[in-house]
Design a protein around this ligand. Sequence first.
Ligand code: GDP
Length: 198
Amino acid sequence: IHYNAARFLISADKLSQCPDDSGAEVAFAGRSNAGKSSAINALTNNSKLARTSKTPGRTQLINFFDLNIEGLRLVDLPGYGYAKVPIAMKEHWQKHLDQYLQQRASLKGVVLVMDIRHPMKEFDLMMVEWCQSTHVPLHVLLTKADKLKRGPAQSTVLSLRKELTALLGDKVTIQSFSALKRTGIDTLSARLDEWLSQ
Ligand code: GDP
């Protein structure tokens, strides 16, 4: 699968606007500012594909991207915890995000993006619990690894791997990543390949 062939397909404000629920897709989730857009842009080698936090707009929508193989998609879920978003809007997308996660048959896995320095916040725990209850596989991307020295970065990966494996067993995988240094891209794309080619 060529992730650099990803092209913007559609933004959905509700489940009915999502593309046909056939084929296979992988969704990226994360708290605002975790580095989700940068991770998607690094994976796809396209600095403009996912909008970063600095340019809100598409942020409250579920964004779909086509890949080079028909029926395969990447999905950018709304970033959670954006302080400036009104409560009503938060509730709106929370409801639709919930529906998306519960009902989407083509969803093969969730990539949860966390800042390696601030992992496992409230939203992250919610996503982990959701994966636990639905058995959708989870890949945790500990990004901004360039902000830590090698030792502390590796020990964060190891301790979180232990913690998450206790909850999710072999449904969870975890890695460090840096969009800035472009490290961890091969590991990420290998995991996505597994999910999307099942
Ligand atoms: P999003 O809200 O989760 O989509 O986060 P963004 O991708 O917009 O990133 C939030 C901030 O973190 C931006 O200022 C990015 O430049 C920065 N950032 C993202 N990824 C990395 C990374 O791998 N390393 C470093 N040092 N900064 C990063």
